[in-house]
Design a protein around this ligand. Structure first.
Ligand code: PRT
Ligand code: ZN
Length: 304
């Protein structure tokens, strides 16, 4: 949905993130790593961007898709589970999809799973026919049940879904799981995954206007760089040219290394950006294969 014609054009980008909760700190840290900084307002609901015209709105995660749909915010960081749930809900109500996932962000990982009491001899989804399933994700569950061709009753609960079977409110549940400890503590076992989730950058389904579109593109470029180097290290070392065929297989996660010749001899200086863990064991393997002067450096930023 476009903002109403009476809304004055905004030339600052506005990003909604969770005010408090699991995604609040990592979302802010990620945006900070993209070079954003803010002057905090006293109520801490709105943070004015200082380094760039990019402001933050601190809200409940459930409000983020709607804020994007209404054009109040341009982007948001929210769990895919929330974004899809609200998308399915809007689709079921006949609304066009006004928001979509722009990037997966690699934190806040969890899954929306169906869980049944430990004592169930789980044979498959058809066992759910005629049963009551408690969930805070009715649209996702309803859609999945329809795909499976199962007629079950969806019991909507806003919280404490895990205790519903013990309270006799439901026969099974559909809820978010990460470690599985909460399910186990409630004598439940996960049997099927409906959706894999993580924090995502959400944005409007349609393009932003020119000014905010350019800001969003710049942010995406920085974000892609930040995500790419999140677990990366720069590896510097020297080696005789003849051992290269032994060294390169030890760097399967590295981008094509930069190779420089040292003097006129056979010696090379190499630098490789490794996207996996550069452990002591790996350094020792490289040394055994003929590398020397191995140095591992953190990577602060990257712009492709
Ligand atoms: O106040 P607000 O509405 O903003 O926050 P909220 O309470 O709705 O959300 P919050 O902060 O709990 O979670 C935000 C997002 O984190 C979710 O939408 C998911 O995308 C993501 N996330 C990742 C999780 C979990 N992991 C998770 N484990 N959200 C909830 N849980 C619950 C899970 O359902 C279980 O009850 O945490 C409990 C512990 O999980 P186990 O499996 O480790 O025991
Ligand atoms: Zn919430």
């Amino acid at each position: 949905m476009s903002p109403s014609p009476n809304t004055p054009a905004r030339d600052r980008l506005r990003i909604a993130i969770q005010k408090s909760g699991r995604l609040a700190d990592p979302a802010r840290a990620l945006l900070t790593s993209c070079g954003l900084s803010w002057r905090e307002s006293r109520d801490r609901l709105f943070c004015y961007g200082e380094s760039l015209p990019v402001d933050l709105l601190l809200v409940r995660d459930d409000d983020i898709p709607g804020l994007i749909a209404e054009g109040v915010c341009d982007l948001g960081i929210v769990g895919r589970n929330v974004l899809l749930e609200q998308g399915y809900d809007r689709a079921a109500g006949g609304s066009a999809l006004a928001f979509r996932e722009w990037r997966a962000l690699g934190f806040g990982g969890c899954r929306l799973a169906l869980a049944v009491p430990d004592g169930w001899d789980w044979q498959g989804p058809e066992q759910l026919a005629g049963k009551r399933i408690a969930t805070s994700y009715p649209a996702s569950l309803t859609r999945w049940l329809a795909e499976q061709g199962i007629d079950a009753k969806v019991v909507l609960l806003s919280g404490s879904v895990e205790i519903a079977p013990r309270l006799g409110q439901a026969d099974a549940i559909c809820d978010l799981v990460s470690s599985g400890a909460t399910l186990a503590a409630n004598q439940l076992k996960p049997v099927t995954t409906l959706m894999e989730s993580e924090a995502v950058l959400a944005g409007p389904a349609e393009a932003l206007d020119a000014t905010r579109g350019e800001l969003a593109e710049m942010l995406l470029r920085r974000l892609d760089g930040a995500l790419r180097i999140r677990h990366s290290k720069l590896l510097l070392f020297q080696a005789p040219r003849r051992v290269l065929p032994d060294l390169l297989p030890l760097l399967p996660d590295a981008e094509t290394p930069t190779v420089m010749r040292l003097d006129d001899g056979d010696d090379l200086a190499l630098q490789a950006l490794c996207h996996g863990a550069v452990t002591w064991q790996r350094l020792e393997e490289l040394k055994r294969a003929g590398a020397r002067g191995l140095m591992v450096l953190p990577v602060e930023g990257m712009l492709a």
